[in-house]
Write a protein that binds this ligand. Structure first.
Ligand SMILES: [Zn+2]
Ligand SMILES: [Zn+2]
Length: 138
C-alpha cells in the first residue's frame, strides 16, 4: 500500500499572509486617498464636519467643579448652573455659531435680579448664538 499524505488541501500560511498584507496596503492607500479627497472637498463637507465640532465649556459659576459651598459655608451643594457637571458641551453647526455672550456657553446663568439660576433667554439654553455673516453669502 502506498501512502497518500495529500488528502487535505495544504494550508499555506504564506499566501494568506500576502493576502492580508495586500488588503492592509490597499486599505491604507484607500484611507489616504479618501482623506486627501475629503480635504480637497472640505467646503462641501463643511456642514457635516462642523456637526462634530463639540466644544466643552467650563462652568464659570463653580469653576468647573460642579459643586458650591452652601449658604453656611460648610454644606456642599450642586452647582445650579451646570447641575453639578462642571461643564457644558456645545455643538457648533456652522461657522456663524459662537458662544453665547450672555451665559458664556453654559446655556444657563444666574439671574442678576433674583440670584437664581435660570435658562439663558439669549441662546435658549443652547449655549450658542448664530451671528449674521459679515458678508452676504456668494
Ligand atoms: Zn457649575
Ligand atoms: Zn446663553
Amino acid at each position: 500500500m502506498t501512502a497518500h499524505p495529500q488528502t487535505k488541501p495544504v494550508f499555506r500560511p504564506s499566501s494568506q499572509l500576502i493576502l492580508i498584507l495586500v488588503f492592509t496596503v490597499v486599505g491604507i492607500i484607500f484611507v489616504i486617498l479618501q482623506r486627501q479627497w475629503v480635504l480637497r472637498n472640505e467646503e462641501q463637507f463643511a456642514p457635516y464636519t462642523l456637526l462634530s465640532q463639540v466644544q466643552k465649556v467650563q462652568c464659570d459659576h463653580c469653576g468647573g467643579t460642579g459643586l458650591l459651598k452652601g449658604s453656611n459655608g460648610v454644606q456642599v451643594v450642586l452647582c445650579p448652573v451646570c447641575f453639578g457637571v462642571g461643564s457644558h458641551l456645545v455643538r457648533k453647526t456652522g461657522t456663524a455659531d459662537v458662544l453665547c455672550p450672555a451665559c458664556g456657553g453654559m446655556g444657563r446663568l444666574i439671574d442678576a435680579r433674583t440670584g437664581e439660576a435660570r435658562f439663558c433667554k439669549r441662546c435658549g439654553g443652547r449655549g450658542l448664538i448664530t451671528t449674521e455673516p459679515a458678508e452676504p453669502p456668494k
